[in-house]
Design a protein around this ligand. Structure first.
Ligand SMILES: N[C@@H](CCC(=O)N[C@@H](CS)C(=O)NCC(=O)O)C(=O)O
Length: 148
C-alpha cells in the first residue's frame, strides 16, 4: 500500500495517522502536488493528495473516502470513529470542523501564493472562517466526555 503526498498537508497527515494507529504497513511517497504530480496523475487525475494506492493497484482519493476504507478493513467496531449513533454524529461534526478549516486554510494559502492582490474583504472573511473553525474545534474537544 502506498500513501502519496507530503505530511505538510493536513489531509495526508490524517491518513498517515490512521494507517499508523491501525498498525497498517504502508510505503510513503512524499510527492509534491505541484512539482511531482506527473508521477501520480495516472492514479489521481485531479493531481491531489492524499492518494492511497492499494496492493492491487486500485487508487483511493480524498481523505474521507480513504479513511472509510481503512475503517472497514480494520473493523468498524474498533475503528477510530464510533460506528453509529450520537458519538458518531459528534465525531463527524468535529471532523467537518477540522477538515473544513483545513480546506479554508489551504485555499487561502493558494490564493495568497498564486492570486492577484487579494480583496481585503476576502482576506478578512478567510481569516475569520479559519479562526472561527479552530475556536469551535477547541470548544467541542474540551466538551468531550466519552472515550471517542
Ligand atoms: N478533500 C480533499 C482535500 C485534499 C487537498 O486539498 N489536498 C491538497 C493538499 S493539502 C492538494 O492536493 N492540493 C493540490 C490541488 O488542489 O491542486 C481530501 O480530504 O483529501
Amino acid at each position: 500500500m502506498q500513501l502519496i503526498g507530503q505530511f505538510d498537508s493536513p489531509f495526508v497527515r490524517r491518513v498517515g495517522i490512521a494507517l499508523t494507529l491501525y498498525g497498517m504497513k504502508f510505503q510513503h511517497l512524499p510527492f509534491s502536488t505541484f512539482g511531482d504530480s506527473d508521477r501520480f496523475v495516472d492514479k489521481n487525475p485531479l493531481r491531489r493528495v492524499p492518494t492511497l494506492v492499494l496492493a492491487g493497484g486500485e487508487a483511493l482519493i480524498d481523505s474521507g473516502a480513504i479513511l472509510d476504507h481503512l475503517d472497514e478493513v480494520h473493523g468498524r467496531e474498533s475503528a477510530l470513529i464510533a460506528p453509529s449513533g450520537p458519538a458518531r454524529r459528534a465525531a463527524l461534526h468535529r471532523i467537518a470542523l477540522a477538515t473544513g478549516t483545513a480546506e479554508k486554510a489551504v485555499s487561502f494559502f493558494y490564493a495568497k501564493l498564486f492570486g492577484a492582490p487579494l480583496d481585503p474583504m476576502f482576506v478578512a472573511r478567510s481569516e475569520g472562517q479559519i479562526v472561527a473553525g479552530l475556536t469551535a474545534l477547541d470548544v467541542e474537544c474540551a466538551q468531550r466526555t466519552s472515550a471517542w
